[in-house]
Design a protein around this ligand. Sequence first.
Ligand SMILES: [Zn+2]
Length: 319
Amino acid sequence: MVQGSGLAAQKHNQTAARPAAGTDAEPASVLRAIRPENLEQVTCPVCASGKYHKRFRKQDLDIVRCQDCRAVYVNPRLSLDTLCKLYNGQSISNTQYYLRTLQLDALGFAKRLELIEKHCHGRNLLDIGCGPGTFLKVAAERNWNTIGIEVNSSSVASCHAAGLTAICGTFPHPELTGKRFDAIVLNDVIEHLTEPRQALETVREMLAPKGVLFMSTPDVGSMVSRFSGVRWLHLKPIEHLTYFDRRTLRRTLNETGFEIEFLRSMGRPRSLALILDRLKTYSPLLSKMCLSVINERWAEKVALPINPGDEMAVLARKR
Ligand SMILES: [Zn+2]
């Protein structure tokens, strides 16, 4: 995970008692962490303005909108130190969840890599927040030279067991000093970072000339987000600190030295079981009805391509 420039490699970490993805329930250890001494006031992560108004309250935290650039962010938020403890204590975003979805994630990641390959001719790749190495493995099988960085030691152990190179620590990391990459990937990571702009500036420095950045992140400007309001499943203020829409993402990338070549919504294959579990967030009754008539083990095996339009993927080239 990332420290200096925020929590970068942190997101795929954590094992232990994570609730089913998409639910609001959090382990008691996480909720206990929300105490005044663990909170910090911040300015807008996109434009540094201190002017904001409250939008939502969830998980005992406020989600606000910047009055200047309209970025959405958590304020006050858990301090970096507290977040690190939660990630390393496997209290949030646990490794088991990512291992459970590994096969379907690999299918989705192959599509993402195809996109990267269309825009990038080099073969050296860094995956920030690589988790148990699903993306690294897909890339290695397609003849990329890969390195991952991940704060969670159990996830890094999974990488090593699979024969993948992964650094356990935060980004930037001394072991990466002087290295240059043709592609740097942040799959569902930027929203977790305490300093997303600083992270992107560092990413830019580490890219080879004309190198590319690939990111995916929730889209707070999407229809699903707008209609769901506080129930939007990506609204997880303990760990998701900044909520971009296309405009604020464009601005951030332009200001940190990138030229956007691709920006659109991107889905991913998901098991029917996970889809029904997430449906609970929006319609508990419908979810319950479906689960009562669908065999659970069968639902685990059935995969569907899902794109509700509330996650965006961006590919940007270093200027
Ligand atoms: Zn702002």
